[in-house]
Design a protein around this ligand. Sequence first.
Ligand SMILES: [Fe+2]
Length: 345
Amino acid sequence: MIFRQLFDTVSSTYSYLIASRRGGEALIIDPVLEKVDRYLQLVKELDARLVKAVDTHLHADHITGLGALRDRTHCITVMGEQSSVDVVSMRVGDRDKLQIEGITLDAIYTPGHTDDSYSFRMGDRVFTGDTLLIRGTGRTDFQNGDARAQYDSIFNKLLKLPDETLVFPAHDYKGDTVSTIGEEKAFNPRLQVKSIDQYVDLMNSLNLPNPKMMDVAVPSNMRQGLAQETVAKRGWALTVREAVELVGRPDVAFVDLRETLEREKHGSIFGSLHAPYPDLQANLRPGGMLRALASATNKRILFYCAFGERSAMAVQAAQDAGITSACHVQGGLDAWKKAEGPIVR
Ligand SMILES: [Fe+2]
């Protein structure tokens, strides 16, 4: 496995780049905007392909690199389903699995620092975001933070992991890089409390100043959606209402770009083909499934995904590959469900 811990000195943020092998798919956790060039250089040096960029929560102390990474690599952006971010490509819930080739992360909903905080467990390690820090815990006094919820997340979820589990947080201000669950249980001063009420009192008495970047970072991090004007202006976008009318039509092929786990959890549009987004380039090449479908049947290709981001990127790629009938469903299955479009499970 390739595993890199990267550091942003300005915000003291750790980001993590993970891939199962050279030449394989890679994922990055908590990227910082100013470091995007560095990440992409490293991805290239490792001969990897960045396919997912994940934020553990909506950050207040730095601007996320999610949007920039998506725009530059067409990777999928991922956050928790509770996040108030406008649009990401994929949202995860508690116990969902987040996968890239050869690697699976378990999403653990750990609210408290914010109401959208997630930790991600991968084998012998856990990425704890700002929920559990090394000899500390994330503040709970803004962004719908809740000391009571954080106690529950830490004591009833994270500390239940095996003691030898490695702890990789999103920040450290003292220069520590990694800890273990056992070490934090024994030596983290915030965790030496006798009750939930004692923890809440401790957290409520911290009186911390707001992060310097907060007024800039929070509004910016809430707007991560892909700019889709070009796709819409060229007539490549259908509203869900327009798309619902096309279900079952023999001259239209709905193509679902989501992953199998998303289809199982949320259902899919009746009769749609499954062509996961990570395989898009292969499917669009001469001889590829989508290329063949478009040329052999003359069907109009109608992409959809969870929120309309992957499908917007796919339309552009399909058009570039010469599939001029390609268009997509704006807002994805999320908008489809809100409009009460038919779903099959
Ligand atoms: Fe944070």
